[in-house]
Ligand binder design. Sequence first.
Ligand code: CP
Ligand code: NVA
Length: 308
Amino acid sequence: MRHFLSLKDFTKAEILEMIEIAKEIKAEQKAKRPTPFLQNQSLGMIFEKSSTRTRVSFEVGMYQLGGQALFLSSRDIQLGRGEPMKDTARVISRMVDMIMIRTFSHAKLEEFASFSKVPVINGLSDDYHPVQLMADYMTMLEHGLDASAKVAYVGDGNNMTHSWMMLAAKLGMELRIATPKGYEVNPEIAKLAEGFCKESGGKIIYTNDPKEAIAGADVVTTDVWTSMGQEEEQKQREIAFAGYTVDSAMMKLANPGVKFLHCLPVHRGEEVTEEVFEAHADIIFDEAENRLHAQKGVMVWLDRKRNA
Ligand code: CP
Ligand code: NVA
């Protein structure tokens, strides 16, 4: 049995296999043919943080696969009143077939998974957001890009950045990361990614200059400056991130036909201007829709592994 906690735990072949499944199921769904690959199965979805996309995509995805999903907000379940993760994992995993969890500490998520009898999927932790990257790479492929594309990430060295690092390191991509001083990526994760890059031929470049990152890029991406759980740092972050707003002048430095991706929700006027965002709205909302499809690929793959 496998969990889906970070792309660091998967090979390139496995990542591409999940995306292949996602593409097949997406085509079936679009052709209005039934896709009952997880018939009669239940997915428990534990949320310790807010969500629009993750909740709707997992819930609808599970329904479309012939199963059902339970929305479990930590505000309502005993976890929010102090019942330990390991007990919650042991109880819920005896009743459902798969668990998705959105939480704070990645170590807690790993602990949860170690106590679970069923596959656990990371729906975002403080360190990683791997299901988002599955949708992002699927979207790149649909828009004619692959691992040979150069990707620039501008902004906070956060869960999205770390996830891009793992994707690049596993698939052998070139990723340029521009963060302000003091908001760089986690050095341990950078070390891990470096190791994977040695095997894959991937290349990750770190800089404090957004222009350097974007010059010659095929994809530009960013994320909010203040992630969930950091709300009290908003003001100081606005100051630290001055000059890191992705605007039209910066985008002109990228390659012709450059694509802009954003995991959403977006803070217009902070990490990206309204103008750049709206100019790339088509691909950004394809990316959002692909959460639904990519996660079906992940869930069906995990189910097949368990039954193999
Ligand atoms: N991108 C993403 O995970 O969105 P939600 O926070 O709305 O789930
Ligand atoms: N970095 C953001 C991503 C939201 C999808 C956060 O953790 O809040």
